[in-house]
Write a protein that binds this ligand. Sequence first.
Ligand SMILES: Nc1ncnc2c1ncn2[C@@H]1O[C@H](COP(=O)(O)OP(=O)(O)OP(=O)(O)O)[C@@H](O)[C@H]1O
Length: 888
Amino acid sequence: MATFLRRPGNLARYSRRAAECIGRSGPASVRVLPPTRLSSLIASPRVRTYATAGPGGPENSQNGQSQTGGGGQGPQKNNRKDEEPEKPESVLSAAEQKQLDAFVKRVEGRLPAAQHAQLQQMRKKLMQEGLPPEVKTFVERLEKHGDPSLMEYIRMVRFILRYANDESKKIKDETTEEETKREKREDREAEEEDKEEGKNKQEDKQQQKKDQKKQPPPPPGGRVFEFKLDPASFLITSICAYYVYRSIFPGESSSREITWQEFQANYLDKGLVEKLTVINQTKVRVDLNSEAAAQVYPDSAGQPVHHVYFSIGSVDAFESRLDAAQQELGIPTKERIPVAYVDEMPWGPALFSLAPTVLLFAGIYWMSRRAGGGGGGQSGIFGIGKSRAKRFNHETDIKIKFSDVAGMDEAKVEIMEFVSFLQQPERFEKLGAKIPRGAILSGPPGTGKTLLAKATAGESGVPFYSVSGSEFVEMFVGVGPSRVRDLFANARKNTPCIIFIDEIDAIGKSRSKSNFGGGNDERESTLNQILTEMDGFNTSEQVVVLAGTNRPDVLDKALMRPGRFDRNIAIDKPTMDGRKQIFRVYLKKIVTDENLEYLEGRLAALTPGFAGADIANCVNEAALVAARANADKVVMKHFEQAIERVIGGLEKKSLVLSPEEKRTVAYHEAGHAICGWYFRWADPLLKVSIIPRGQGALGYAQYLPAGGDTYLMNTNQMMDRMAMTLGGRVSEELHFDTVTSGASDDFNKVTRMATAMVTKFGMSPKLGYIYYEEDPQQQLHKPFSEQTAQSIDSEVRRISNEAYKQCRDLLTEKKKEIGIVAEELLSKEVLGRDDLIRLLGPRAWPESGEFSKYFDGQGGSTIAPPEPPLDPEETAGKDGRDETPLPT
Ligand SMILES: Nc1ncnc2c1ncn2[C@@H]1O[C@H](COP(=O)(O)OP(=O)(O)OP(=O)(O)O)[C@@H](O)[C@H]1O
């Protein structure tokens, strides 16, 4: 702004342009375009008027004169209606002038007064430049034969539009030329100014120049038809349209309603009637001999009367009246007026009656478009049966390769076969091998099933359709099967390709099971459609269907049969080695200068039971922790905090325990820790804390699986683990007068372990080698007798009592050590493995090589916990994690 103000030259230039714009403000165009020739002829005198005559122009307009009245001639023109119009210099012959005047007069009669001045401008221009031949012919025709034909009107309209367009172009060219000249002149001025003002202002000037040049350049050469709403074009088009309309629908202006008496007196008796037409048996149209009518009625508002109408009560009455009237006039039968009968459709009411239906359909269409907005081509209610599968293009969308999927080597080998099939089908076909149709990828959540399917698409370089099982289910009947059909039809059009149906259990549940309690027909028919479609491929169609599920056990057997999902690829939680590989993938993206090999191993050891998704989350969380601490790089401490946070939840700083409660929690946790340290088959402690964390735990202890990733447990391990789980309560009993509710979760774990030993693992000599399924749906009807139930109860009780005794014996012996650990815990709140070694001495039992490698005290002072929050089913018997619930 300051720069702008500093330049009087600029200011003057812009204000001049602004003034010109205001002067040209006639056309209300979407784009700012130079006016057409006609409109500019109308507008330019106005500009001149304001520029030269100053306030004269506006005064004229105040006096009720037209603003576009044409400069100094304005006041005379105002009296045009009263006086003979002033004869300006004209190149027209007298006859032409007369024709033109007649034409203008005729048109003027039908235009609002505000537009008269513009019409006069058009007239003036035609007078100055002469009539174009087309207009001449038209006007001549008008004079000689009255109203021209429809074709002549249309030709005239086309001509006028073309004429207006050409004129507009000419003006535009002239204006552009003028603009260029002026710009050059202004640039020269600006340069001179800039020399004085300094170089830095030069840049602003250039910018302004660029801005000006950004305005649309004049169209190169060819004809460009632009729709403009400037008054002149509008006026011309309206006049032409009006004429065309009138010639097609000669409405009220050339016809009017009369009575029978009028008809008889004014037309019939005077012999002006040419023909009568009875319309819809209610009205009679009287066709008049227009020349005769014009002679008889010369001042019928300056317009010839073509038709008149009158209403009739009934056709019979009309006929008899007409006969009587003609009889009276003595018209011989042969020369009587011809009467025709027609049924005409009244267009107005007909259209009006259709309006609600049209509106209804338009409304439904609009709503369906809105409802399906963003759904791309398949939006709206009409696209409800269309598949919702997202199509990924391998070139742009799917960049995942097998190298991005860490671990699961066996699953990769299995699925590689699909890739080779899609890439080189002939290799299989020539040996007569049938192509596999599909594979189910099953496994716990977050283990990388979707990732593997995407990698398959990425590797094979084919289109990938991804859809979730639940997307087939809709509230409308028949939508599911229709979407399945659509999905497969699309896939067939784009072979070779891969379809991936995630969470297929949403639709693929066993049909027999779902029938319990009524079933779900829609889901079943969707499943049936999938079965049919998968059968429907012929062997040459290269469509591979992959499906992901967490529950392969509930899937319908028909889905799993060979020929449909031929393969069931189980993807389990990663092993120690798998975790290392997954950490390797994600650690690459992290800024750290730790020894990567050691870091991977240590983190993998700290995270038994983590799925790929947990690991990805953990690494990301570590980066966030580091960022929060404003660190330059992520170090081991951040990773350990992240793991702790993923496992235990956020620290609850707001939860403040009373000293008494804190003491109880410390002794409780110390009890667990001592058991883990001294029982041979129990898991040694990694970390114990009495800081409350999420999920209602007041303290927790984490243990390193003593034997590494364990998949089998023997009786000794189970007994030691149960005894360790009871360590919290036993410690409370030994150190306090009373016990708390904090051990209820421990009892739950112990009971479940003992029950499993009796009913599933065959570890009770009394019950023997029997497996009783634990099915929550069959609670009402137990698969064993009452007597067996009592035996199970007594065995479970015996085992837990044994575990209790084992624990109590140890802790009574180690009561002093419990005190030492508990007091240290009270003062430090968190104890690590190194603290326990310091307090209790090294553990007497050797530990798993792979795990102990990373816990030799060199990796870091804090040792993070190993256990993710797993399903209790899975955790039972695998870990010794303790979560002390909040007292209720
Ligand atoms: N083996 C792996 N290698 C690398 N990243 C993995 C691996 N497994 C899982 N992930 C990570 O976990 C995320 C989630 O995995 P994915 O969606 O494939 O799990 P899923 O098994 O399909 O889970 P769900 O059963 O819940 O659908 C992936 O985006 C990826 O970041």
